[in-house]
Each structure stands twice: as structure tokens, then as C-alpha cells.
Design a protein around this ligand. Sequence first.
Ligand SMILES: Nc1nc2c(c(=O)[nH]1)N[C@H]1C(S)=C(S)[C@@H](COP(=O)(O)O)O[C@H]1N2
Ligand SMILES: [Mo]
Length: 242
Amino acid sequence: MDKDGGLAGKPVGRRVVIGVSALGALGVAFGARIESALNGVLGAISAHDPTGITSLLPGGGGFQFYNVASFLPYRSDQDYRLTIDGLVDHPTTYTLAELAALPQTTLVRDVQCVTGWRVPNTEFGGVLLSELLDRAGVKPEGKALRFTCFDDVYSESLTLAEARRPDVMVAHQMDKVPVTRDHGGPVRLYVAPMYFYKSAKWLSGITVTDRVMPGYWEQNGYDVEAWVGRSNGRTDAPIDGE
Ligand SMILES: Nc1nc2c(c(=O)[nH]1)N[C@H]1C(S)=C(S)[C@@H](COP(=O)(O)O)O[C@H]1N2
Ligand SMILES: [Mo]
């Protein structure tokens, strides 16, 4: 098993193996889930499957919904807030309407989970992270970003240089409709060049820090630098500039 409890069928790095032992206790729970899937309740569990196992079964494919919290987070469009703070000149809290009123960008890329499933040509719409950083004004000591979520458990990180790339955004639309609750709505991060675990769902906070603070999965052995095809034991992809 790997991070998501799935059987990726791809080479994995040593750090991933460390992550698996850290998740040993969870493996027991996953075992029970697999058993129920095989007992014929696949439909019921697939919507909340953090394991990715269902993608390997007939009818699988497309997006898997992942959620490491023990509940399905919810914030209404009206109540949603995104805070940018830390090493910035202008700490700011945005409503969804305020985010939607900023310059908008769309990106069409392949979504790639580190466990192996992939969804080609997925469109994300929202605000470039660089736009939000420019507005907040990053102080000279600011070197990295820490992302937090209103599930109160997930976190992620990027270096400032990564965060300023033109293919990294705060997304409130996915395939031309609002990001659904299951996909991390109203607003999630989208880091197109990296494995999908970098794309924090239910995004609520962006804090500029003086160094990278490894996120949820990275504390369990996954690579902080999660370039698709060039991390987590893979070396197959060409370097496409960063
Ligand atoms: N808050 C939060 N964000 C998260 C996760 C999560 O469990 N919680 N899982 C990550 C992983 S491993 C993947 S593959 C994608 C899955 O996004 P999806 O559920 O929209 O398919 O979200 C990422 N972001
Ligand atoms: Mo993932």
C-alpha cells in the first residue's frame, strides 16, 4: 500500500516506505474497507474512499475523493473566508465574492494523483496565487507558504518561487462549475505541475513563512517537492522549468 492505501503499481521511493509504516495503524482500517467493497457495497464507500482502492475495481476511474478528516467539511459560499497572513505587508481576508472579483485565470491540465489515477484535461478557474501574493506584499524574509484547511487537519506547503508560477492557483471553479464540496469547495488550491496531494482542498489559510513547513502527507514520507514524474520515486518526466 502507499500513501492513499492504494496499490499504485509504480516505483516508490524509500521515503514512501517510511510513510507506510507511519500509517500502519490505518492499514487495519483500510483492510476492513476493502473487505466491505468486495462484499458489494462499493458504491456506498467509493464516494468517501481515501484509499484509492476503488479506482482499481471495475467501474473505477475518474476522480477519487480524498479526505483525511473524519467528517466532510462544509462552508457555505456566504461564510467562506480565505486569510493571507504571516510575513506580508497587508494581511487580508477574502470572501468568495471578493476572490471572484479579482482577475481570473483558467488552466487545463491533467490531474495526477501519486497513487496512479489520472484525469486528463481538467479545467480549473480562479485566481493565480501570484496575484494574491502581490496584493498582500511579501516581506523580504518571506520564503515559503503554508496552506491550511477548514477540515482543521490537512496542510500543504510551497516555496515562494513555486507559488509564483503561472500554473498555481486558488481555484473556485472546476470544469466551469463551482468546486463541489467533495472536491474541496468553495475554494481549493490547484498546483498543476505537482501531484494532486499538493492541491489542498477546503482552503482557508495561506501563511507566508521564512521556511518550508512540510504538510500533512510530507510528514508521512511523501516528497515536499512533488513534481509530477520527477518525485516520489519517479524519474520519467522531463524537467519543464520551474
Ligand atoms: N484538505 C484536504 N486536501 C486534500 C486531501 C485531503 O485529504 N484533505 N487529499 C489530497 C490528495 S492525496 C488528492 S489526490 C487530492 C484529491 O482531490 P479530489 O478529492 O478532489 O479528487 O486532494 C488533495 N488535497
Ligand atoms: Mo492523492
